[in-house]
Design a protein around this ligand. Structure first.
Ligand SMILES: Cc1cc2nc3c(=O)[nH]c(=O)nc-3n(C[C@H](O)[C@H](O)[C@H](O)COP(=O)(O)OP(=O)(O)OC[C@H]3O[C@@H](n4cnc5c(N)ncnc54)[C@H](O)[C@@H]3O)c2cc1C
Length: 1019
């Protein structure tokens, strides 16, 4: 008996032999497409530009727009490139005859799409399916349009699925299975469904909500499929939706109505580290259910996306990092499927001859008849392999996407990426003529050779295609500023254990509500007898905590204590101070879920927003510790024989930190930790609405070992105790984040020098914004709408970075507004104790009334286009509100509302859009959505904002990556989380010594001198 290995090789060689008979190039459509792909494989930069151009083209209505984009994307490609002649000539011709060129380009790109998209509508696709039938190739049809931004769009997608099903069933009524054996397992009509297209608010933290919304949209499709004798497969998409998709599959097919229906399938992605466990669970579930089901085994189509996403968020990467690992795992899962054939029908979705040959050989070894499983391949790819498999007597089914190019763009780009990937089988075989022996190599052998036989389980991806793009030079001199620092990870609520931990933390926190918290002055806990009640904005009857209120006497005492503590603290080595911050970060990491739960109750933050706030606080501590080490040592200003000058910093003195409630831990912690690490002592005043979070931060620093008096916790009334401290002669520095009104007052008052004052008071002042986002006429609306609704309504618009002025060009005004209003209507509003809520309550009654008042002003000034009606009646819930016909001079376009209210301003063109964007008193954040490189450059150069975000939401700055802060009336130009932030808490100093004695001087002067910072002066 031949070994499995021999058998795989034989099968593989046989497939190759048959492939040679029908050989065609990798890209079966000749001409333009083939040429573009060949260039793409040679030239990465060209490939990126080409894919971007292809991506934008369907949304360009006019020929001249197409030519303009062509020019912008390609005119600047380097002359030395092989691609450049073709492109430069193309661009030149296009300029001369734009009308012809535009049409020609559209035609060519549509041709490119037709390579992978089987038809624009069911009618088109049927013609193609008939041809395939003649070749004994079956079909599964997929409706393009996975990005739905609203519930209306999800309904529409579900409706189209039903229409497609009917049509397919109708047209194929008399078709029979391509193989006569076991045909009952393989209905002719087979529909592939993208689950994310059926619910616009899918949130990984809340699978139960997703299933509640997905199931009712799916049931009619499944019911009808069953009646028509069709098969339905759930496609698998990004990792974030994986667990929900699996759970939905198990739930819905355990329902009485579908429990005994065998024609349901789901895709499993072998590139996922979880996939073996998932498949085992699924098989166990199937056994319990007692009815056969199907699994389409694929490697996975989102490798680049998952790698980028996990790296950005500091998550362990869910996909394998080495291609042979995915190949090897595919074979492991192939075995699992075939060994469980009595309960699960396998479909092997691969174009890789090794993977296919392995499945064939193993099936034979296990005695699974070839008519009991099938191979599935994508439309437009690997035609010769499909034909070879048919000739060998296997079942072959083609995955046929149907739909318009615009909604199909992400599918098309995935295919283009796959076809040109350095790692891909198809490129290796059909474009690079890699030897057959190499192509058939056992992936385990490859791994054994490279890793001594073990499948690596490392979570950090730093290999292959991503390698060049990921920071790999931490600590090196040429690293970008942010690269020398590693951010804390966000919690991924896609993991069930994290959902559970959050729920447990919320339950636990509920038992602590109402507790009293003391002031802390000089390490002493003081109950003043007068308290500030912190209220749950979702349920105003509920007191989150009662915090002792400081008055003038406590403020005086705190200043005295802080002044005394400064004498010691200022001389504490910065390394010790940095370690204090790092210990505090460690405590926050340990108490992460508890702190998030507190924020949910105290300030109404949704889960992910609360977690991001804690993460930011942790980042601030670690980042400022890191920065202090970089700047702390006295460093030589210039090498000069006979003289040495050392530049270094002294702390300023006593810092008064005044923080807002909207990032209750992060901002308070950021300003406090910056002050502490630089050697200042601190009086910390949290906002009254988030005083319990402040008390927690005090606890955290105490646990981390802050000496008594170095940090003092002093909640109280800003107008009384706060104002007193701002004016105080012994306060040297004020770090403030909050409203413009209070900020400007502090700025002015701090300028008055009081009798006995030692220092000029320094003010770090960060205030609000009236942040604009411009959506250009060629923007990707699937992304722009989602990002804009989130930027405007996420955390109820209560971020200083939130979008409040949406600037739209006449040209796409109608299209954007229609989708925007529907998207706003679909947002999840409610008590943020529930996972997956986007819009919760505003902070308190004052804010509630102020925002409602602005809505009234809006109604009198402009046109109310949309106001949500179904907000909870208990709690301070404001309906997301959108005004149109807003003019730049109106109050709702000029004044900061700090709530879920958006003013839409219509403009003629980009020039006017930028003028409107810049036409306010503020310059904090701004956003620009566009796919025109020239317009993007222009926006980058001209939009006045401290943080300008292109093609992404305008909120969510990350420490070190997006140093945050604005100018004009948004702030004094400081950048929290930036390299130069600490300088605001320091006084620079230079010590110069003449080291020449009688004409003799040391030859070398050390770059740093630490000694004179450490000895403590005798008091
Ligand atoms: C009929 C059909 C249906 C499909 N349905 C889905 C679906 O529902 N969901 C889905 O996600 N995909 C789906 N795919 C796409 C599939 O996942 C693959 O992207 C595609 O088929 C390429 O895999 P391959 O075996 O043909 O080629 P190969 O060239 O052997 O493998 C390429 C694949 O390897 C993986 N890979 C690439 N680089 C690395 C690396 N450095 N480390 C680890 N792994 C790497 C990626 O998954 C990549 O797509 C489907 C494919 C087919 C044929």
């Amino acid at each position: 008996m031949r070994s499995l290995r021999n058998e795989i090789e034989q099968r593989g060689m046989r497939i190759f032999e048959l492939v040679e008979r029908h050989l065609e190039p990798l890209f079966s459509k000749a001409g333009f497409y083939q040429r573009m792909m060949a260039l793409s494989m040679r030239d990465e930069e060209f490939k990126a530009q080409l894919f971007r151009f292809v991506d934008v083209l369907p949304s360009l209505p006019r020929s001249r727009d197409i030519v303009k984009h062509l020019e912008e994307y390609f005119a600047a490609t380097r002359e030395s490139r092989k691609s450049s002649d073709l492109i430069h000539n193309g661009v030149r011709v296009a300029r001369i005859v734009p009308w012809v060129s535009g049409r020609l380009l559209r035609w060519n790109v549509s041709g490119m799409a037709r390579q992978f998209i089987a038809g624009r509508n069911p009618g088109d696709v049927i013609k193609m399916l008939r041809k395939r039938r003649a070749q004994k190739i079956g079909f599964t049809v997929d409706l393009l349009g996975e990005a739905v931004v609203s519930e209306g769009e999800a309904d529409e997608y579900a409706g189209r699925c039903l229409v497609l099903l009917e049509r397919l069933a109708d047209e194929t009524e008399d078709w029979t299975d391509s193989r006569d054996k076991n045909s009952e397992l393989f209905p002719v009509v087979n529909l592939s469904v993208k689950i994310s297209a059926l619910y616009s608010q899918m949130n990984p933290a809340d699978p139960a909500d997703a299933i509640t919304h997905l199931a009712p949209r799916l049931r009619p499709i499944l019911r009808r499929a069953r009646e028509l004798g069709a098969f339905v497969n759930f496609d698998m998409e990004s990792y974030a939706t994986k667990n929900t998709t699996l759970e939905l599959f198990r739930r819905i097919f355990t329902e009485d109505e579908f429990k005994d229906w065998p024609h349901a399938g789901i895709a499993i992605q072998a590139y996922l580290r979880d996939s073996e466990a998932d498949l085992r669970n699924l098989i166990d579930w199937g056994r319990g259910r007692g009815t056969r089901f199907a699994v389409r085994l694929v490697k996975g189509a989102y490798w680049d996306y998952e790698t980028i996403k996990s790296h950005q968020n500091g998550w362990s990467c869910p996909v394998f990092s080495h291609k042979p690992e995915s190949d090897a795992n595919f074979e492991v899962l192939t075995r699992l499927l075939l060994e469980n054939e009595p309960i699960v029908t396998a479909a092997f979705g691969s174009h890789n001859v090794r993977s296919i040959a392995h499945a064939q050989a193993l099936a034979d070894e296990l005695g699974v008849d070839r008519s009991r499983f099938e191979f599935q391949l994508l439309y437009g790819m690997a035609g010769p392999i499909k034909r070879a498999l048919v000739e060998m007597g296997y079942r072959v089914r083609e995955y046929c996407p149907v739909g318009e190019l615009l909604p199909g763009m992400s599918y098309l780009v995935r295919r283009l990426l796959e076809n040109t990937s350095n790692e891909g089988f198809l490129r290796a075989k059909f474009a690079e003529n890699v030897s057959e022996a190499e192509l058939l190599r056992d992936p385990f052998e490859f791994l054994r050779q490279s890793r001594n036989g073990e499948l690596p389980h490392s979570n950090n991806v730093t290999t292959h295609a991503m390698k060049d793009r990921l920071p790999s030079h931490r600590g090196s001199l040429d690293a970008s500023q942010g690269d020398t620092f590693e951010n804390a990870a966000l919690t991924t609520f896609a993991h069930e254990e994290n959902q559970e931990r959050m729920r447990a933390a919320l339950r636990e926190m509920r038992t602590l509500l109402g507790k009293e918290y003391p002031l802390v002055i000089g390490g002493e806990k003081i109950f003043t007898g007068k308290t500030i009640a912190s209220i749950n904005p979702s349920s105003p009857g509920e007191v989150v905590g009662a915090v002792s209120e400081a008055g003038i006497p406590e403020a005086e005492r705190a200043v005295k204590v802080a002044r005394d503590a400064f004498k010691e603290w200022r001389w504490t080595p910065f390394e010790e101070r940095a370690r204090l911050l790092e210990r505090a970060a460690g405590v926050m990491e340990r108490r992460r879920f508890e702190l998030s739960a507190l924020e949910v109750f105290e300030v109404g933050k949704p889960w992910t927003e609360a977690d991001a706030d804690i993460r930011e606080a942790i980042d601030f501590c670690n980042f400022y510790a890191h920065q202090m080490r970089l700047i702390g040592r006295p460093h030589l200003t210039q090498q000069m024989p006979g003289e040495e000058s050392y530049y270094h910093y002294w702390p300023r003195g006593v810092a008064f930190v005044v923080a807002p409630w909207n990032f209750p831990l992060a901002i308070l912690c950021g300003m406090t930790s910056a002050a502490l690490v630089t050697g200042n002592t601190v009086i910390m005043k949290p906002a009254e609405q988030s005083a319990v979070c402040g008390a927690m931060l005090m606890e955290i620093f105490e646990e981390a070992g802050v000496p008594p008096g170095v940090l003092n916790y002093l909640p109280g009334k800003g107008s009384v105790m706060g104002a007193h401290l701002v004016d105080h002669k012994d306060v040297d520095l004020i770090a403030f984040t909050g409203s413009r009104e209070v900020g400007l007052k502090i700025w002015e008052r701090a300028g008055i020098t009081r009798p006995g004052q030692r220092e000029l008071k320094h003010v770090v002042c960060e205030m609000g914004g009236k942040n604009p986002v411009i959506i250009d006429s060629d923007a990707d609306l699937d992304e722009a709408i989602v990002d804009c609704t989130y930027s405007a309504f996420g955390y109820q618009g209560q971020k200083c970075s939130a979008l409040s002025r949406l600037i739209l060009l006449e040209e796409n005004y109608g299209r954007v507004i229609e989708r925007l209003l529907k998207a706003a209507a679909s947002l999840r509003i409610g008590n943020p104790e529930e996972p997956g809520i986007t819009v919760g309550p505003v902070i308190d009654e004052t804010a509630y009334k102020r925002i409602l008042n602005y809505i009234e002003i809006g109604k009198s000034e402009a046109t109310l286009a949309y106001q949500r009606e179904d907000v909870p009646s208990k709690g301070y819930f404001i309906p997301p509100t959108i005004f149109v016909d807003v003019k730049p001079g109106m109050r709702i376009a000029r004044e900061e509302i700090f709530g879920p209210v958006v003013s839409v301003i219509k403009v003629r063109d980009l020039e006017e859009a930028i003028a409107v964007a810049n036409g306010t008193d503020y310059a904090l954040t701004a956003g620009f959505f566009s796919r025109s490189p020239a317009n993007i450059e222009r926006a980058k150069a001209q939009i006045e904002a401290g943080n300008l975000y292109i093609n992404r939401s305008c909120t969510g700055a990350i420490v070190g990556r997006h140093p945050f802060g604005g100018f004009k009336m948004s702030g004094g130009g400081t950048k929290a989380g930036g390299a130069d932030y600490l300088l605001h808490f320091l006084l620079p100093r230079v010590v110069t010594e003449n080291v020449t004695r009688h004409g003799f001087a040391p030859e070398e002067t050390p770059r740093y001198r630490d000694e004179f910072l450490w000895p403590k002066p005798k008091h």
